[in-house]
Design a protein around this ligand. Structure first.
Ligand SMILES: *[C@@H]1O[C@H](CO)[C@@H](O)[C@H](O)[C@H]1NC(C)=O
Ligand SMILES: *[C@@H]1O[C@H](CO)[C@@H](O)[C@H](O)[C@H]1NC(C)=O
Ligand SMILES: *[C@@H]1O[C@H](CO)[C@@H](O)[C@H](O)[C@H]1NC(C)=O
Ligand SMILES: *[C@@H]1O[C@H](CO)[C@@H](O)[C@H](O)[C@H]1NC(C)=O
Ligand SMILES: *[C@@H]1O[C@H](CO)[C@@H](O)[C@H](O)[C@H]1NC(C)=O
Ligand SMILES: *[C@@H]1O[C@H](CO)[C@@H](O)[C@H](O)[C@H]1NC(C)=O
Ligand SMILES: *[C@@H]1O[C@H](CO)[C@@H](O)[C@H](O)[C@H]1NC(C)=O
Length: 608
């Protein structure tokens, strides 16, 4: 007995004496989220609900601090549609682009602002309330400056005061924090969107050049238009209009006032040129632009020198509105996160469709950082999109780290038609993340029951078992899709031409076995899934109400019947009785009328 105590005491003294100057032991967490912006908070909410050991690290003293500075003109361009004529909360989220997912009904943006495009300060207040009401754990004033591998299973993070934190899983929700500044001659004579003056008096009687044809460029133009002589917007390529492309990151109508003054010939204008080939020279107060090689060329026909160059007038102010990119300096050499390239630009980190960095197991991303997966295709870079992908990530982590299968409902096949129609008409996650998240229906071998999971990233379909914990061969995938772009944007409305639908409409893909990884990798441009065994488009609807008995439901039922070779008609008892008396096979709709629902009702989901 005694020798043991002595030994323990001796060891204790060793530690005390040797390491009396050492730092306190590192704080240890299963999940470390970097950034208390909307995506970090959304993920924190789901980890909190699941009772996980997590902490969010925030650089500033407030949640959502990005929105204290941005957008610079202080008006959000995400819609706050307070009324839809419906009380269904899930449906209403289709038209609420600001709220995060929450089971607290007071945390809806409609209670915070009556403006269709709310003030950004209101959104900051919303995020602060969201954090507080849900008791989400955030460590403020903690700027994580370095993330490195500690060992095979853990990361170590360091903050600005050299405190260290050990983390099992790291999730980066920092957003895009670095302004994109291309290299060109005379860049020092330009000012960035991030530091431009917001005092309109500074632009009084000024001639302004704005570089960048995105929302921030046009937003800036709108803001100062009333004060300037004129504004030119310079870009490499033609601007794209969101109403034309369905992509909310393209130029939104709310920002495009300058197109009016350009096209109605009121001095403002949009011109195209590559900035890298230009030279900005300051002469006196004015900034002159030369394009080497172009300035002393000659007109092709007259062979006279070009003297009507679009850029021949000098500017007083040149503003760069060229977007933002991810800050890779966060990572140590031991955490090799590769940049993903989009059109040659290294804007986002390269990640898998489970939001994990390539070759860095355990390091995940959430929010705008993940937009490389659906850039120009869906809404994953925006609040109304990444609130769902954050939920998807929480489900992926629950299964990966805790063996908790994805939430699902299992019901008799007789319920399937109603279940699908209900989702067509209210589901918000598959509606906002069209073409990316889809519902999955899985069947038992004898097809008497089905299991339904919601909002699965369809690009992971080949890995359905290993990501969700649900085992199946035969699947039906339900996704919302826009049709091919056409010049005349007219509603089809004709059920027989549903595959030509131009607007958002549900599409069902049926596979008798899960597609292989090779087939998933082999996808052609523009297709979201490999060739299915059967496919069904439900025709687009002007009212977005997919309940028309013939156009929508009858054709859907026939499709399901053709996939599963069963009769899905709703029959009266008397019809079942006569069927039982006259035929050897009785419709499955008769056999399972009193099936006990084992699980919850369709549409009822965890967390809402
Ligand atoms: C003392 O602390 C330092 C740094 O905190 C550490 O590297 C070292 O291994 C510790 N020594 C012992 C004996 O625990
Ligand atoms: C956060 O910091 C800013 C200055 O950076 C200060 O104005 C503000 O009052 C602080 N807020 C809180 C809640 O401490
Ligand atoms: C953090 O550590 C580095 C070197 O390890 C040192 O140079 C720096 O002063 C430290 N910073 C603080 C705030 O302690
Ligand atoms: C264009 O003008 C510059 C000087 O202004 C001169 O150096 C250059 O040789 C000229 N290029 C051509 C093709 O004439
Ligand atoms: C995961 O859970 C399933 C049942 O849900 C169980 O059969 C399996 O053994 C578990 N796996 C691990 C590694 O705990
Ligand atoms: C069909 O399969 C399910 C589970 O796979 C089972 O519970 C059920 O009894 C089966 N029904 C029939 C009619 O075989
Ligand atoms: C990939 O596409 C090519 C050409 O379309 C086809 O020949 C090949 O079989 C496909 N591979 C897989 C695994 O589907």
């Amino acid at each position: 007995m005694l020798p043991h105590i002595v030994l323990v005491l001796w060891l204790y003294m060793q530690v005390i004496t040797i390491n009396c100057t050492a730092n306190l032991p590192a704080l240890k967490k299963d999940y470390c989220i970097i950034g208390a912006g909307p995506s970090g908070l959304q993920l924190g909410y789901f980890l909190h609900k699941a009772g996980r050991d997590y902490l969010i690290f925030e650089r500033t003293n407030s949640s959502g601090a990005f929105f204290m500075d941005y957008p610079r003109h202080r008006t959000m361009i995400s819609i706050n549609k307070r009324n839809t004529g419906k009380t269904n909360k899930e449906f209403n989220l289709r038209h609420d682009w600001n709220s995060l997912l929450s089971d607290d009904d007071s945390l809806q943006m409609r209670h915070y602002s009556h403006d269709f495009f709310p003030h950004a300060d209101v959104f900051v207040k919303y995020l602060q309330d969201y954090t507080e009401k849900h008791g989400i754990n955030v460590k403020y004033n903690t700027n994580i400056v370095n993330v490195k591998r500690r060992d095979k299973f853990e990361f170590q993070m360091q903050d600005q005061s050299n405190n260290t934190y050990d983390c099992g899983t790291v999730i980066v929700g920092t957003g895009l924090s670095l302004p994109n500044i291309p290299s060109f001659k005379g860049v020092e004579h330009t000012v960035g969107y991030e530091d431009m003056s917001m005092d309109k008096a500074d632009y009084e009687g000024k001639t302004v050049l704005i570089m960048g044809k995105g929302n921030s460029g046009f937003e800036t133009a709108d803001y100062i238009m009333g004060a300037t002589n004129f504004i030119h917007i310079l870009s490499r390529t033609q601007y794209k209009l969101a109403w034309n492309t369905h992509y909310v990151g393209d130029l939104r109508a709310v920002n495009n006032g300058l197109l009016d003054t350009y096209l109605l010939k009121s001095l403002d204008g949009v011109l195209y040129s590559e900035v890298e080939k230009m030279k900005f020279v300051k002469i006196g107060d004015k900034i002159h632009i030369t394009q080497p090689g172009k300035s002393n060329s000659t007109h092709r026909q007259s062979r006279r020198p070009v003297d009507n160059n679009d850029l021949r007038e000098p500017y007083d102010v040149v503003i760069r509105c060229l977007g933002f990119k991810f800050d890779f300096s966060l990572f140590d050499k031991s955490v090799h996160v590769e940049p993903g390239r989009i059109k040659g630009k290294e804007k986002y980190p390269a990640i898998t469709h489970s939001y994990e960095a390539f070759n860095v197991p355990g390091l995940f991303f959430t929010g705008t950082n993940t937009h490389s997966l659906d850039h120009k295709k869906s809404a994953g870079g925006f609040i109304h999109g990444f609130r769902y992908t954050a939920r998807v990530l929480s489900r992926i982590l629950e299964f990966r780290n805790h063996n908790v299968s994805w939430p699902s409902v299992t019901q008799p096949t007789t319920e399937l038609l109603n279940h699908i129609v209900k989702r067509f008409n209210e589901a918000s996650g598959t509606y906002q993340m069209y073409g990316v998240l889809g519902d999955i229906v899985m069947f038992s071998r004898n097809r008497t029951v089905y299991t339904y999971i919601e909002e699965f990233p369809v690009n992971l379909l080949d890995q359905l078992r290993t990501k969700t914990g649900h085992d199946t061969e035969e699947v039906l995938v339900i996704i919302m899709q826009y049709g091919k772009r056409r010049f005349f944007k007219k509603f089809t409305g004709i059920p027989g031409k549903a595959h030509l639908s131009y607007f958002l409409h549900p599409v069902l893909y049926y596979y008798d076995e899960l597609p292989s990884r090779g087939a998933m990798r082999n996808l052609t441009e523009g297709s979201v899934l490999p060739r299915p065994m059967k496919v069904h488009h439900t025709v687009e609807d002007f009212l977005t109400d997919f309940t028309a008995p013939n156009s929508h439901i009858l054709l859907l039922r026939r499709f399901l019947e053709s996939c599963f070779q069963t009769d899905l008609r709703n029959l009266y008892d008397s019809q079942c009785f006569s069927m039982a008396m006259t035929s050897e096979v009785v419709s499955s709709m008769c056999q399972y009328n009193d099936y006990q629902l084992k699980m919850s009702l369709p549409g009822e989901r965890q967390g809402s």
